[in-house]
Structure formats: structure tokens, C-alpha cells
Design a protein around this ligand. Structure first.
Ligand code: ZN
Length: 497
């Protein structure tokens, strides 16, 4: 098995370099001196060139052809599956095209930020058209030889959610939508509307509270750290997994729940079997599974009635008397309030997926060539009004709100909703297995839930394909039923439906 050993040694160095590149990105968003940006761009590009050269190194193809797969164990075969998939993706896309996508999307981010600040979609449309054109070209190259059934969207989606298809997701989302819309309409029309939490909340106290919450949700600070950044994110795998947070003096829930969300991503990475460190199995298996961990931490666990009862006491200790008084039902309502809004990242649990479904349909049309980039704003606004009953007032509240398309992330959006669907499945199975769950959460004790997730999902890293992993964890193929049942039950209670 020398070919396998040589390949894995080569991969280990590539994985290590990828971690270094990721840490440069973390540095840029947190502590990098502001005027260092031009040099950092060159440094990041140099790292990308090194990584690209390694990922397309012809020796990988030679090793792959010499390895006797039948002689490998499950871990070995899973490693090969990841390596082969990435090698095929990297080598099918011509270097000229990969370089141009990197260059155009890097320029586009500046143009997007300016267009968004000026609410000027027309200023962004030409570069978006170019990005769509390049992504269609990339997809066509990935489909060479009949791969992905020749479907360009599936070729792009596979990078984020291996094994998923646009048609499969469209079917799943079609069964999600009617009950979500019905629930949203009942909630917004309900006679009882919970009051928001109001007041001013000391930002140092917010940081102290969110650090305690991250630890309570299993975040290991010996292998991580929390810093401030404009947009919360998590970064890194294995022994060094970092998260960021932000505070708003008027809205402590923003800091609390974005921190718990990122903690879900980070704990997933920290709990992966250490035997997989710096191998292709040593990181979260897909964006959808990753999001299932952050969402179940944030929503099913931390926004639950039992846990919010405990959190209310912690917040009163941190900030003084709360506007909701000592009424745990009122606090639970304030945490989970549903209200109309334009922005996906601020959306509540009921409406969040409707924002994603809309983006999924629009980006599929752009990649299929049936929606021209220049017509995106019009299509977006029409669709938003049809789905949400509100006219978009400006582009920054509409099609310019998300960074994804400007950086070439087509096929990424649906993984957010897939993550919610997976979280619904996991939560149902967890409740069946853990009768003590609610009592523990009411005491602020996350250990039963965390232990269950680590054992069923997190420790496996990239060992299983995403849908297989969820099915093994829950005993059933993933479906939308558990998420919808959970949402309907929870919001019927809050809104007294
Ligand atoms: Zn996330």
C-alpha cells in the first residue's frame, strides 16, 4: 500500500497548507492592520496558487490509479472518495478559467460593496453577468463526459453538498413551502403578538455572557478563541477552531444567538475524531451538515422554552431587570418573535427558509441561462412581493443584500435550508433518545444534547456522505416533516394559535 501511504502524506501537507490559508483569512477579518490589505491580497493569492498546484498535481492521478481500493478499510475508502472528488473537480476546470474566476470575483466584491452602499444594482449588473458567465463555463467543464447528469447547477452544488441535486432539493423545498407559508400567515395574523426585548445592554457584559454561553455549548477554548468581527464566522479545523462575534447595544440577542450559532460550527470541527486530523476526513462533511449543527445549537436547543427560561436568569444577572419582567413565557416570545423584514440573516425561524427558497430558484435560473443577470433585480423584487407581500424599497434590502453571488457562490444558498431540514430530523431523533433533554436544558445543562450530537454526527467528520450520515444518526432518510412539526408546535404555543 505504498501508493496509498504516499498519497496520504502528500494530502496531509495540503491539508496543513489549507489551514494556514484559512488562518490568513481569519487574521484579515479580525486583527490585520487596515493598511495591510494590498500585501495580504498578494499573500492570499500566493497561497491559493500553491494549493491549486497541489490539488491538480498529476502525481495524485497516478497514485489513485495504483491504489487497490478493495484492500482499504472504510476510512481509507472515504479518504479516497474525498481526494478523487476534489482532484476531478480541480483538474476538469482549466487553470485559465480558475484564475479568471478568482480575479473577477475578487474585483466584484469591491463593486458589490459600493453598489450595495449606493443602492445601485445597475452598477453591479455587468460584473454579475460576467461571474454568471464564468460559473456556467466552469459548470460545463465539470460536466465533461456526462458527469452530474450534464446538469450545470448540480455540478456547482456538489462542491458544497456532495450527492445533492437541484431537482432533489426543488422537490424537498416544494413540500416545505406550503406549510411554512400557512404558518407564517397564521403567526403574523395572530391576535397575540409577543413584545420585543427593549433597553440598552452593556457591550462588555454581552461579550462576557457570550463567552460563557460558548463554553456552556461545549466550545473548547484551549483549542479556540473568540474575537470581534463585523460578520460572525467560524474558521479552522482540528486543534485550532476560532469564532468571532459582534455586539449591538440595542440587541443582545444578536450577539447571544450568532455566538451560539458559530459555536455549533466550531464544536462540530472540534469534536471530529482526532485520528482524522489533517486528513480529508478531518473537517465537516458538507455545508448542509455544518449548518445543521449551528442551527440545532441556535434554534432547537438555545431558543427552546426550557433553555430560554434558564437564559432569562443569566441575562437579568448580566444586564439588570429585563423589559419582559420575570415572565419566562414573555421572554421565550421575545426570543422567537416573527416579524416582516427584507433581510435573510435577520429572519426568524418561520420565514428564514422562504428567503432561501427564493434565492435557490433565482440562482438556478441564472445558471440555467433562463434569467439574465441584468434582470435579477426586477425578478427578485417581483418574487419577494409574491412571497412576502411587501415591495422591496431599495437594492440593499433586496438582491444586493448577500455577498454570495459576488464571490461566485452559486449552489451554496440551498445548503442553509438543507441544514435546517437536517436539524429538524436530528432534533426529533434526539428527543426520542433523551427523555431528560428538556429538564437538562431548563437547568442550562447542554451535556445530554451535546453528547448525542458528538456521538451520532460530529465525531465522524467526513467519513460518511451527508445524507447517509443523517440517516445513520436518526434511523430514517432525511425529510421535511420533523422540521415542520417542530415549527408548528413551537409557534402555536408562542402565538396561542
Ligand atoms: Zn452557519
Amino acid at each position: 500500500m505504498t501508493a496509498y501511504r504516499e498519497l496520504m502524506e502528500f494530502e496531509r501537507t495540503t491539508c496543513a497548507l489549507a489551514q494556514v490559508a484559512g488562518r490568513l483569512g481569519w487574521d484579515q477579518e479580525t486583527v490585520m492592520p487596515r493598511a495591510a490589505a494590498p500585501q495580504r491580497a498578494e499573500e492570499a493569492e500566493a497561497m491559493e496558487q500553491v494549493l491549486h498546484a497541489r490539488r491538480t498535481d498529476p502525481r495524485i492521478g497516478a497514485w489513485l490509479s495504483r491504489i487497490d481500493e478493495g484492500a482499504l478499510d472504510a476510512v481509507g475508502r472515504a479518504n479516497l472518495r474525498h481526494i478523487r472528488r476534489r482532484y476531478e473537480r480541480a483538474t476538469r476546470v482549466p487553470a485559465r478559467l480558475a484564475g479568471e474566476i478568482a480575479r473577477v470575483t475578487s474585483e466584484a466584491q469591491v463593486l458589490w460593496a459600493e453598489a450595495r452602499a449606493g443602492d445601485d444594482f445597475a452598477a453591479f449588473a455587468p460584473v454579475l453577468a460576467r461571474i454568471v458567465e464564468l460559473k456556467r463555463e466552469e459548470a460545463a467543464a465539470l460536466c465533461a463526459g456526462g458527469a452530474f447528469g450534464g446538469d450545470p447547477y448540480d455540478a456547482l452544488l456538489d462542491d458544497y453538498e456532495p450527492g445533492a441535486t437541484g431537482a432533489g432539493l426543488a422537490e424537498m423545498f416544494a413540500s416545505l413551502r406550503p406549510r411554512l407559508v400557512a404558518l407564517r400567515d397564521r403567526v403574523l395574523g395572530a391576535a397575540h403578538q409577543p413584545a420585543p426585548l427593549t433597553g440598552r445592554f452593556d457591550e462588555a457584559a454581552q461579550l462576557a455572557l457570550t463567552a460563557r454561553l460558548a463554553e456552556r455549548f461545549g466550545y473548547d477554548l484551549a483549542h479556540g478563541r473568540i474575537d470581534r468581527a463585523v460578520h460572525p464566522f467560524s474558521s479552522g479545523s482540528g486543534l485550532d477552531v476560532r469564532i468571532t462575534t459582534r455586539t449591538d447595544p440595542d440587541d443582545p440577542f444578536g450577539a447571544v444567538y450568532s455566538t451560539i450559532h458559530e459555536t455549533g460550527h466550531a464544536v462540530y470541527e472540534q469534536k471530529i475524531d482526532r485520528a482524522f486530523l489533517l486528513t480529508p476526513l478531518g473537517q465537516g462533511v458538507s455545508m448542509g451538515v455544518h449548518e445543521s449543527q449551528s442551527r440545532i445549537f441556535e434554534n432547537q436547543l438555545a431558543r427552546s422554552r426550557p433553555f430560554t427560561g434558564w437564559l432569562m436568569g443569566e441575562m437579568a444577572r448580566a444586564f439588570g431587570p429585563l423589559s419582559t419582567g420575570e415572565d419566562a413565557e414573555a421572554f421565550f416570545g421575545a426570543v422567537n418573535r416573527v416579524y416582516p423584514g427584507f433581510i435573510r440573516t435577520e429572519a426568524d425561524e418561520v420565514q428564514y427558509n422562504l428567503h432561501v427558497l427564493m434565492r435557490f430558484d433565482l440562482e438556478r435560473e441564472m445558471i440555467a441561462g433562463t434569467l439574465a443577470a441584468k434582470d435579477l433585480e426586477e425578478a427578485w423584487n417581483a418574487r419577494f412581493e409574491a412571497d412576502f407581500g411587501v415591495r422591496v424599497d431599495r437594492a440593499s434590502n433586496g438582491c444586493l443584500q448577500d455577498v454570495h453571488w459576488s464571490v461566485g457562490l452559486f449552489g451554496y444558498f440551498p445548503t442553509y435550508t438543507l441544514g435546517n431540514v437536517y436539524a429538524g430530523c436530528l432534533y426529533r431523533a434526539m428527543r426520542d433518545d433523551l427523555p431528560e433533554l428538556d429538564a437538562a436544558l431548563a437547568a442550562g445543562d447542554t451535556a445530554p444534547a451535546l453528547g448525542w450530537l458528538a456521538e451520532r454526527v460530529q465525531r465522524h467528520g467526513g467519513l460518511y456522505e451527508p445524507a447517509v450520515l443523517i440517516e445513520r444518526a436518526t434511523g430514517a432518510a432525511p425529510g421535511v416533516g420533523p422540521l415542520l412539526d417542530y415549527l408548528e408546535e413551537k409557534f402555536a404555543r408562542i402565538y396561542r394559535l
